[in-house]
Design a protein around this ligand. Structure first.
Ligand code: NAD
Length: 384
Protein backbone atom coordinates (compact mmCIF):
# COMPACT_ATOMS: atom_id res chain seq x y z
CA UNK A 1 0.00 0.00 0.00
CA UNK A 2 1.26 3.47 -0.88
CA UNK A 3 0.50 6.63 1.07
CA UNK A 4 1.21 9.87 -0.79
CA UNK A 5 1.79 13.37 0.54
CA UNK A 6 1.65 16.16 -2.02
CA UNK A 7 2.54 19.83 -1.70
CA UNK A 8 -0.58 21.85 -0.87
CA UNK A 9 -1.54 24.04 -3.81
CA UNK A 10 -3.95 26.56 -2.22
CA UNK A 11 -2.60 30.12 -2.06
CA UNK A 12 -1.09 30.90 1.34
CA UNK A 13 -1.31 27.29 2.53
CA UNK A 14 1.86 26.46 4.45
CA UNK A 15 0.66 23.39 6.32
CA UNK A 16 1.35 19.80 5.35
CA UNK A 17 -0.84 16.80 6.14
CA UNK A 18 1.83 14.61 7.75
CA UNK A 19 5.24 15.51 9.18
CA UNK A 20 8.30 13.23 9.17
CA UNK A 21 7.72 12.36 12.82
CA UNK A 22 4.19 11.14 11.93
CA UNK A 23 5.40 8.40 9.61
CA UNK A 24 6.67 5.79 12.08
CA UNK A 25 3.35 4.01 12.84
CA UNK A 26 2.56 3.86 9.10
CA UNK A 27 5.95 2.53 8.02
CA UNK A 28 5.81 -0.02 10.85
CA UNK A 29 2.76 -1.54 9.11
CA UNK A 30 4.74 -1.99 5.90
CA UNK A 31 3.08 1.00 4.22
CA UNK A 32 5.27 2.82 1.69
CA UNK A 33 5.22 6.62 1.93
CA UNK A 34 6.10 8.94 -0.96
CA UNK A 35 6.34 12.68 -0.36
CA UNK A 36 6.38 15.34 -3.06
CA UNK A 37 9.62 17.31 -2.89
CA UNK A 38 9.12 20.54 -0.93
CA UNK A 39 5.76 19.45 0.56
CA UNK A 40 6.81 20.18 4.14
CA UNK A 41 9.30 23.04 3.68
CA UNK A 42 6.95 25.84 4.77
CA UNK A 43 6.03 23.84 7.87
CA UNK A 44 9.70 23.31 8.78
CA UNK A 45 10.00 19.77 7.39
CA UNK A 46 12.73 19.32 4.80
CA UNK A 47 12.89 16.62 2.11
CA UNK A 48 15.91 15.23 3.97
CA UNK A 49 13.86 14.89 7.17
CA UNK A 50 11.19 12.90 5.31
CA UNK A 51 13.89 10.69 3.73
CA UNK A 52 15.55 10.15 7.11
CA UNK A 53 12.16 9.16 8.53
CA UNK A 54 11.87 6.43 5.88
CA UNK A 55 9.81 8.08 3.12
CA UNK A 56 10.68 8.31 -0.57
CA UNK A 57 10.87 11.90 -1.81
CA UNK A 58 9.84 12.48 -5.41
CA UNK A 59 9.38 15.50 -7.67
CA UNK A 60 6.82 13.57 -9.75
CA UNK A 61 3.52 14.88 -8.36
CA UNK A 62 1.47 13.20 -11.10
CA UNK A 63 2.94 9.78 -10.25
CA UNK A 64 2.20 10.23 -6.54
CA UNK A 65 -1.41 11.15 -7.33
CA UNK A 66 -1.79 8.24 -9.73
CA UNK A 67 -0.23 5.60 -7.49
CA UNK A 68 -1.23 6.50 -3.92
CA UNK A 69 -3.86 4.35 -2.22
CA UNK A 70 -4.24 6.90 0.59
CA UNK A 71 -3.72 10.65 0.28
CA UNK A 72 -3.94 12.67 3.48
CA UNK A 73 -4.26 16.35 2.51
CA UNK A 74 -4.89 19.66 4.23
CA UNK A 75 -7.17 21.09 1.50
CA UNK A 76 -8.87 19.47 -1.48
CA UNK A 77 -6.62 19.56 -4.51
CA UNK A 78 -7.62 21.07 -7.85
CA UNK A 79 -9.78 19.16 -10.34
CA UNK A 80 -6.76 18.52 -12.58
CA UNK A 81 -5.08 16.70 -9.67
CA UNK A 82 -8.28 14.84 -8.79
CA UNK A 83 -8.53 13.58 -12.38
CA UNK A 84 -5.24 11.73 -11.87
CA UNK A 85 -6.27 9.88 -8.69
CA UNK A 86 -6.13 6.12 -8.69
CA UNK A 87 -9.73 4.80 -8.75
CA UNK A 88 -10.58 3.62 -5.23
CA UNK A 89 -7.96 5.86 -3.59
CA UNK A 90 -8.84 7.32 -0.20
CA UNK A 91 -8.46 11.09 0.29
CA UNK A 92 -8.71 12.55 3.81
CA UNK A 93 -8.61 16.27 4.63
CA UNK A 94 -10.47 19.56 5.03
CA UNK A 95 -12.49 19.00 1.86
CA UNK A 96 -15.26 21.58 2.51
CA UNK A 97 -18.02 19.30 1.14
CA UNK A 98 -20.83 21.41 2.61
CA UNK A 99 -19.48 24.69 1.18
CA UNK A 100 -17.97 23.65 -2.15
CA UNK A 101 -19.16 20.24 -3.31
CA UNK A 102 -18.57 21.27 -6.95
CA UNK A 103 -14.85 21.34 -6.25
CA UNK A 104 -14.94 17.63 -5.32
CA UNK A 105 -16.96 16.21 -8.19
CA UNK A 106 -13.98 15.00 -10.21
CA UNK A 107 -12.67 12.99 -7.25
CA UNK A 108 -16.15 11.63 -6.43
CA UNK A 109 -16.51 10.44 -10.03
CA UNK A 110 -13.08 8.73 -10.20
CA UNK A 111 -14.40 7.21 -7.88
CA UNK A 112 -12.20 8.10 -4.89
CA UNK A 113 -13.36 7.61 -1.31
CA UNK A 114 -13.41 11.02 0.34
CA UNK A 115 -13.34 11.70 4.08
CA UNK A 116 -13.79 15.23 5.34
CA UNK A 117 -12.11 16.19 8.61
CA UNK A 118 -14.77 18.91 9.12
CA UNK A 119 -17.45 16.22 9.24
CA UNK A 120 -15.81 14.00 11.89
CA UNK A 121 -18.57 13.79 14.53
CA UNK A 122 -17.64 15.75 17.66
CA UNK A 123 -18.16 12.83 20.03
CA UNK A 124 -15.83 11.77 22.84
CA UNK A 125 -14.41 8.82 20.90
CA UNK A 126 -13.39 11.09 18.02
CA UNK A 127 -11.86 13.89 20.10
CA UNK A 128 -8.34 12.88 19.05
CA UNK A 129 -9.42 13.40 15.41
CA UNK A 130 -11.03 16.79 15.98
CA UNK A 131 -8.99 18.83 13.53
CA UNK A 132 -11.44 21.74 13.67
CA UNK A 133 -10.65 22.19 17.36
CA UNK A 134 -6.91 21.86 16.67
CA UNK A 135 -7.03 24.61 14.05
CA UNK A 136 -9.33 26.81 16.17
CA UNK A 137 -6.79 26.56 18.99
CA UNK A 138 -3.99 27.74 16.70
CA UNK A 139 -6.15 30.50 15.18
CA UNK A 140 -7.20 31.80 18.62
CA UNK A 141 -3.56 32.09 19.65
CA UNK A 142 -2.41 33.65 16.40
CA UNK A 143 -5.27 36.20 16.39
CA UNK A 144 -3.86 37.68 19.61
CA UNK A 145 -0.26 37.62 18.38
CA UNK A 146 -1.19 39.22 15.04
CA UNK A 147 -3.21 41.91 16.77
CA UNK A 148 -0.48 42.53 19.36
CA UNK A 149 1.88 43.29 16.51
CA UNK A 150 -0.55 45.86 15.09
CA UNK A 151 -1.54 47.55 18.34
CA UNK A 152 0.20 50.82 19.15
CA UNK A 153 0.41 49.77 22.80
CA UNK A 154 1.79 46.92 24.94
CA UNK A 155 -0.28 44.21 26.61
CA UNK A 156 1.08 44.06 30.18
CA UNK A 157 0.83 46.69 32.86
CA UNK A 158 4.37 47.98 33.47
CA UNK A 159 5.57 50.06 36.38
CA UNK A 160 8.68 51.92 35.28
CA UNK A 161 10.73 54.87 36.44
CA UNK A 162 9.05 56.80 33.65
CA UNK A 163 5.62 56.00 35.01
CA UNK A 164 3.00 53.29 34.73
CA UNK A 165 1.97 51.73 31.42
CA UNK A 166 -1.65 50.57 31.70
CA UNK A 167 -2.55 47.05 30.50
CA UNK A 168 -4.29 46.53 27.18
CA UNK A 169 -8.01 45.76 27.32
CA UNK A 170 -9.07 42.80 25.20
CA UNK A 171 -12.67 41.80 24.47
CA UNK A 172 -13.34 38.28 23.14
CA UNK A 173 -16.73 37.50 21.62
CA UNK A 174 -17.59 33.79 21.47
CA UNK A 175 -15.84 31.66 24.09
CA UNK A 176 -15.62 28.34 22.23
CA UNK A 177 -12.35 26.66 21.32
CA UNK A 178 -10.80 29.64 19.45
CA UNK A 179 -12.16 32.23 21.87
CA UNK A 180 -10.86 30.44 24.96
CA UNK A 181 -7.40 30.13 23.41
CA UNK A 182 -7.48 33.84 22.54
CA UNK A 183 -8.42 34.65 26.13
CA UNK A 184 -5.63 32.44 27.52
CA UNK A 185 -3.06 33.98 25.16
CA UNK A 186 -4.09 37.57 25.92
CA UNK A 187 -4.01 36.83 29.66
CA UNK A 188 -0.50 35.33 29.35
CA UNK A 189 0.62 38.57 27.72
CA UNK A 190 -0.81 40.48 30.67
CA UNK A 191 -3.96 42.00 29.17
CA UNK A 192 -7.19 42.62 31.06
CA UNK A 193 -9.74 40.41 29.28
CA UNK A 194 -13.52 40.47 29.06
CA UNK A 195 -15.55 37.90 27.14
CA UNK A 196 -19.11 37.33 26.00
CA UNK A 197 -20.87 34.18 24.86
CA UNK A 198 -24.54 33.27 24.63
CA UNK A 199 -23.89 29.90 26.27
CA UNK A 200 -23.96 30.28 30.05
CA UNK A 201 -21.67 27.21 30.31
CA UNK A 202 -18.87 29.25 28.74
CA UNK A 203 -18.90 31.60 31.77
CA UNK A 204 -17.11 29.21 34.08
CA UNK A 205 -14.39 28.47 31.49
CA UNK A 206 -13.86 32.19 30.87
CA UNK A 207 -13.54 32.95 34.58
CA UNK A 208 -11.15 30.02 35.09
CA UNK A 209 -8.77 31.76 32.66
CA UNK A 210 -8.79 34.92 34.75
CA UNK A 211 -11.09 36.89 32.45
CA UNK A 212 -14.38 38.62 33.22
CA UNK A 213 -17.52 37.01 31.73
CA UNK A 214 -20.12 39.49 30.55
CA UNK A 215 -23.66 38.30 31.06
CA UNK A 216 -26.57 39.50 28.97
CA UNK A 217 -30.16 38.97 30.09
CA UNK A 218 -31.66 37.16 27.10
CA UNK A 219 -34.96 36.62 28.88
CA UNK A 220 -34.28 32.98 29.76
CA UNK A 221 -34.40 31.73 26.14
CA UNK A 222 -32.59 28.54 25.19
CA UNK A 223 -29.18 29.44 23.79
CA UNK A 224 -27.79 25.91 23.41
CA UNK A 225 -28.42 24.08 20.16
CA UNK A 226 -27.03 20.67 21.22
CA UNK A 227 -23.56 19.16 21.23
CA UNK A 228 -22.25 22.13 23.24
CA UNK A 229 -22.93 24.53 20.36
CA UNK A 230 -24.93 27.74 20.33
CA UNK A 231 -28.48 27.90 18.96
CA UNK A 232 -29.51 30.44 16.35
CA UNK A 233 -30.99 33.40 18.24
CA UNK A 234 -33.91 35.70 17.47
CA UNK A 235 -33.13 39.22 16.22
CA UNK A 236 -34.29 40.57 19.57
CA UNK A 237 -31.84 38.37 21.51
CA UNK A 238 -29.06 39.18 19.05
CA UNK A 239 -29.77 42.90 19.57
CA UNK A 240 -29.19 42.62 23.30
CA UNK A 241 -25.78 41.10 22.56
CA UNK A 242 -25.08 43.84 19.99
CA UNK A 243 -25.79 46.55 22.59
CA UNK A 244 -23.36 44.97 25.06
CA UNK A 245 -20.75 44.60 22.34
CA UNK A 246 -21.04 48.26 21.28
CA UNK A 247 -20.62 49.37 24.90
CA UNK A 248 -17.66 47.05 25.62
CA UNK A 249 -15.83 47.62 22.30
CA UNK A 250 -15.68 51.36 23.06
CA UNK A 251 -13.21 50.80 25.92
CA UNK A 252 -11.33 47.86 24.35
CA UNK A 253 -7.98 48.09 22.57
CA UNK A 254 -8.53 44.76 20.85
CA UNK A 255 -11.72 42.91 19.95
CA UNK A 256 -11.44 39.27 18.82
CA UNK A 257 -14.69 37.82 17.60
CA UNK A 258 -15.24 34.09 17.01
CA UNK A 259 -19.03 33.55 17.23
CA UNK A 260 -20.42 30.77 15.06
CA UNK A 261 -23.61 28.73 14.84
CA UNK A 262 -23.08 25.37 13.07
CA UNK A 263 -24.52 25.21 9.57
CA UNK A 264 -25.51 28.92 9.53
CA UNK A 265 -23.77 32.09 8.34
CA UNK A 266 -21.88 33.76 11.22
CA UNK A 267 -24.21 35.93 13.34
CA UNK A 268 -23.78 39.68 12.64
CA UNK A 269 -23.01 40.94 16.12
CA UNK A 270 -20.81 43.99 15.64
CA UNK A 271 -22.53 47.02 14.18
CA UNK A 272 -20.75 49.72 12.20
CA UNK A 273 -21.46 52.03 15.16
CA UNK A 274 -19.50 49.70 17.46
CA UNK A 275 -16.41 49.93 15.22
CA UNK A 276 -16.83 53.71 14.96
CA UNK A 277 -17.00 53.92 18.76
CA UNK A 278 -13.62 52.17 19.12
CA UNK A 279 -10.56 54.33 19.74
CA UNK A 280 -8.22 55.02 16.80
CA UNK A 281 -5.34 52.53 16.88
CA UNK A 282 -7.51 49.72 18.22
CA UNK A 283 -7.76 46.43 16.37
CA UNK A 284 -10.66 44.11 15.58
CA UNK A 285 -9.93 40.54 14.43
CA UNK A 286 -12.94 38.79 12.90
CA UNK A 287 -12.15 35.08 13.12
CA UNK A 288 -15.65 34.30 11.84
CA UNK A 289 -14.67 35.76 8.44
CA UNK A 290 -14.70 32.35 6.66
CA UNK A 291 -18.42 32.11 7.57
CA UNK A 292 -19.10 35.71 6.47
CA UNK A 293 -17.93 37.49 9.62
CA UNK A 294 -19.41 38.74 12.90
CA UNK A 295 -18.89 42.40 12.02
CA UNK A 296 -21.13 44.11 9.48
CA UNK A 297 -18.07 45.85 7.97
CA UNK A 298 -16.07 42.63 7.50
CA UNK A 299 -14.85 41.78 4.03
CA UNK A 300 -13.54 38.20 4.35
CA UNK A 301 -9.82 38.06 3.61
CA UNK A 302 -9.44 41.87 3.45
CA UNK A 303 -7.70 44.12 5.99
CA UNK A 304 -9.35 47.53 6.32
CA UNK A 305 -8.85 50.69 8.35
CA UNK A 306 -12.08 52.27 9.51
CA UNK A 307 -11.72 55.57 11.39
CA UNK A 308 -8.24 54.53 12.57
CA UNK A 309 -9.42 51.06 13.68
CA UNK A 310 -7.72 48.14 11.94
CA UNK A 311 -10.21 45.46 10.96
CA UNK A 312 -8.64 42.09 10.13
CA UNK A 313 -10.67 39.29 8.57
CA UNK A 314 -8.24 36.38 8.10
CA UNK A 315 -9.43 33.30 6.26
CA UNK A 316 -6.74 30.83 7.24
CA UNK A 317 -4.90 31.97 10.35
CA UNK A 318 -3.89 28.43 11.35
CA UNK A 319 -1.71 28.28 8.22
CA UNK A 320 0.30 31.19 9.64
CA UNK A 321 1.62 28.90 12.41
CA UNK A 322 2.37 26.05 10.00
CA UNK A 323 4.73 23.92 12.09
CA UNK A 324 2.49 23.51 15.13
CA UNK A 325 -0.71 23.56 13.07
CA UNK A 326 0.71 20.72 10.91
CA UNK A 327 1.87 18.79 13.98
CA UNK A 328 -1.59 18.91 15.54
CA UNK A 329 -3.31 18.20 12.22
CA UNK A 330 -0.98 15.28 11.51
CA UNK A 331 -1.91 13.71 14.85
CA UNK A 332 -5.61 14.15 14.07
CA UNK A 333 -5.04 12.57 10.63
CA UNK A 334 -3.05 9.65 12.06
CA UNK A 335 -5.78 8.93 14.60
CA UNK A 336 -8.36 9.02 11.82
CA UNK A 337 -6.28 6.80 9.53
CA UNK A 338 -6.08 4.23 12.33
CA UNK A 339 -9.81 3.62 11.72
CA UNK A 340 -9.36 2.78 8.05
CA UNK A 341 -5.84 1.37 7.77
CA UNK A 342 -5.22 -1.79 9.74
CA UNK A 343 -2.11 -3.95 9.43
CA UNK A 344 -1.18 -2.10 6.26
CA UNK A 345 -4.53 -2.75 4.55
CA UNK A 346 -7.44 -0.40 3.88
CA UNK A 347 -10.69 -1.54 5.48
CA UNK A 348 -13.59 0.85 5.38
CA UNK A 349 -16.41 -0.02 7.74
CA UNK A 350 -19.19 2.48 7.14
CA UNK A 351 -21.18 1.10 10.05
CA UNK A 352 -18.70 3.00 12.26
CA UNK A 353 -20.46 6.31 13.05
CA UNK A 354 -17.19 8.29 12.86
CA UNK A 355 -16.42 6.98 9.37
CA UNK A 356 -20.01 7.27 8.15
CA UNK A 357 -20.24 10.83 9.47
CA UNK A 358 -16.95 11.91 7.89
CA UNK A 359 -17.43 10.09 4.59
CA UNK A 360 -18.30 12.42 1.72
CA UNK A 361 -18.48 9.66 -0.88
CA UNK A 362 -17.59 6.02 -1.39
CA UNK A 363 -17.79 4.12 -4.70
CA UNK A 364 -19.00 7.30 -6.40
CA UNK A 365 -22.01 7.71 -4.08
CA UNK A 366 -22.56 10.21 -1.27
CA UNK A 367 -22.49 8.80 2.27
CA UNK A 368 -22.94 11.67 4.75
CA UNK A 369 -26.67 12.58 4.57
CA UNK A 370 -25.99 16.34 4.45
CA UNK A 371 -23.65 15.82 1.50
CA UNK A 372 -26.25 13.57 -0.18
CA UNK A 373 -28.86 16.33 0.21
CA UNK A 374 -26.56 18.94 -1.33
CA UNK A 375 -25.76 16.63 -4.26
CA UNK A 376 -29.47 15.91 -4.80
CA UNK A 377 -30.43 19.58 -4.79
CA UNK A 378 -27.62 20.23 -7.23
CA UNK A 379 -28.83 17.48 -9.56
CA UNK A 380 -32.41 18.80 -9.62
CA UNK A 381 -31.87 21.92 -11.77
CA UNK A 382 -29.72 19.90 -14.18
CA UNK A 383 -32.53 17.37 -14.65
CA UNK A 384 -35.08 20.05 -15.55
P1 NAD B 1 -18.21 27.38 17.36
O1 NAD B 1 -16.98 27.61 16.60
O2 NAD B 1 -19.43 26.83 16.69
O3 NAD B 1 -18.68 28.80 18.00
C1 NAD B 1 -17.78 29.62 18.73
C2 NAD B 1 -18.51 30.24 19.91
O4 NAD B 1 -19.42 31.24 19.46
C3 NAD B 1 -19.33 29.26 20.75
O5 NAD B 1 -18.84 29.24 22.06
C4 NAD B 1 -20.74 29.80 20.64
O6 NAD B 1 -21.49 29.60 21.83
C5 NAD B 1 -20.49 31.28 20.38
N1 NAD B 1 -21.64 32.02 19.82
C6 NAD B 1 -22.51 31.64 18.85
N2 NAD B 1 -23.43 32.60 18.64
C7 NAD B 1 -23.14 33.63 19.47
C8 NAD B 1 -23.71 34.90 19.71
N3 NAD B 1 -24.81 35.31 19.07
N4 NAD B 1 -23.15 35.70 20.64
C9 NAD B 1 -22.05 35.29 21.32
N5 NAD B 1 -21.45 34.09 21.15
C10 NAD B 1 -21.99 33.27 20.23
O7 NAD B 1 -17.96 26.52 18.61
P2 NAD B 1 -16.67 25.64 18.99
O8 NAD B 1 -15.62 26.56 19.46
O9 NAD B 1 -16.34 24.71 17.90
O10 NAD B 1 -17.24 24.80 20.21
C11 NAD B 1 -18.18 25.30 21.12
C12 NAD B 1 -18.41 24.23 22.18
O11 NAD B 1 -18.67 22.96 21.56
C13 NAD B 1 -17.22 23.97 23.06
O12 NAD B 1 -17.05 24.88 24.07
C14 NAD B 1 -17.52 22.55 23.54
O13 NAD B 1 -18.44 22.58 24.61
C15 NAD B 1 -18.16 21.93 22.34
N6 NAD B 1 -17.16 21.11 21.62
C16 NAD B 1 -17.18 19.75 21.78
C17 NAD B 1 -16.24 18.97 21.14
C18 NAD B 1 -16.21 17.48 21.29
O14 NAD B 1 -17.00 16.93 22.01
N7 NAD B 1 -15.31 16.79 20.58
C19 NAD B 1 -15.28 19.54 20.33
C20 NAD B 1 -15.27 20.92 20.17
C21 NAD B 1 -16.23 21.67 20.82
Amino acid sequence: MLLGIVKESATGEARVALLPESLKPLLAQGIKVTVESGAGIAAGASDEAYSAAGATVSADRAAILAEADVLPVVNASAAADQAQLKPGAVVVGFLKPLDAIEALLTAIDRPATLFSMELVPRISRAQSMDALSSMATVAGYKAVITAADRLPRMFPMLMTAAGTVPPAHVFVIGAGVAGLQAIATARRLGAVVEAYDVRAAAGEQVRSLGAKFLDVDLGGINTEGGGGYAAELTEEALDRGRDLITKTAAHSDLVITTALVPGRPAPRLIRRAAVEAMRPGSVLVDLAAPAGGNCELTKPGVTQTVGGVTLLAPLNLAAEVPADASALYARNILNFLALIVKKGEITIDLSDEVLAGACVSHDGKPVNPRVAKILESRAAPLAR
